[in-house]
Design a protein around this ligand. Structure first.
Ligand SMILES: [Fe+2]
Ligand SMILES: [Fe+2]
Length: 293
């Protein structure tokens, strides 16, 4: 299956969830510690703004019928930026993952968020790539996997069979069946959503950064973020920073393998940044889990 064929199939799917560019802007504003509620309000589209107002009124007054908060800035102050980012960051995943029974939703979201965070911290630390693009790209890097599962399900089954029977890696099996991998499929979707090329290139080449013609550093950095997230996914039990450092000794060799030199102080900054943000993600996911019950 060639890229054009995949695009054709994607174009025919009329239930594809939309991911307006404004969402990327909102993610960017949340991601920037210097941004204010007013900046955030400016970047919201009307449907998102009305959802935020609804949440704020519910949170503040405990009722959906009594609506008193009409300013978006006021609403954001009530909900809190962190809670809001959790909701907004989950939106595209939530709608995409309905009915994806064989994909572990919590694990997928956590993997995506850790990849986003690690990629951003790497970009900031080594001053390479665009930290904003790698954050959003990291968040969306495996979205192609869900697309393949939902809209190319026969191919998905063939891919799993090849992985089981021929001992191929998942990406090798995707190449065999689709002539491309989930990075390419995800990038096609993001292109349809008008996400900038600095992001889509990083997604497209996250398993083969050497193949990228443009935005090579974004692809390299998301590759590292992805590898880190894969390993970090397994270390569920870390309690303190020392233990976290001990468990993540593989991080620097990983970066060096990809031609990124990291000094000792950069390594500490980097692990410190990822550790802090990961703790944040974990508490957000715990909160999200509690809400569901
Ligand atoms: Fe991937
Ligand atoms: Fe991944």
């Amino acid at each position: 299956m060639e890229r054009d064929e995949i695009l054709q199939v994607l174009r025919k799917i009329d239930v594809l969830p939309t991911f307006p560019t404004v969402m990327a802007e909102v993610i960017g504003v949340i991601d920037d510690p210097m941004s204010s509620a007013a900046d955030l309000a400016k970047s919201m589209d009307p449907s998102m703004a009305s959802e935020v107002l609804r949440m704020a009124n519910t949170a503040y007054f405990g009722t959906r019928s009594f609506r008193n908060i009409t300013s978006i800035e006021h609403a954001i102050a009530i909900i809190g930026l962190e809670h809001l980012s959790q909701i907004i960051l989950h939106m595209p995943f939530l709608s995409m993952m309905n009915g994806s029974g064989e994909i572990d939703r919590e694990k997928f979201i956590r993997h995506s968020m850790i990849c986003a965070i690690a990629s951003k911290v790497v970009s900031q630390t080594v001053h390479m790539g665009d930290q904003h693009a790698v954050y959003i790209g990291g968040l969306m890097h495996d979205i192609g996997t869900i697309i393949i599962y939902r809209y190319f399900n026969a191919e998905w089954k063939m891919i799993s069979r090849i992985v089981r029977e021929k001992n191929y890696t998942w990406v090798q099996a995707e190449e065999e069946v689709l002539s491309c991998d989930h990075g390419m499929v995800g990038a096609c979707l993001l292109t349809m959503w008008n996400i900038p090329q600095s992001v889509t290139d990083g997604v497209m080449y996250h398993h083969f950064p050497g193949n990228a013609a443009d935005n090579i550093w974004n692809a390299k950095i998301i590759d590292i973020g992805n590898r880190f997230a894969k390993q970090a996914d397994l270390s569920d039990s870390f309690t303190d920073f020392d233990e976290f450092i001990k468990n993540n000794k593989h991080f620097v060799p990983l970066a060096e393998e990809l031609g990124i030199q990291i000094s000792l102080s950069q390594e500490l900054d980097l692990l410190d940044g990822v550790y802090g943000l990961m703790k944040n993600v974990r508490s957000l996911l715990v909160e999200a889990g509690e809400e569901k019950e």
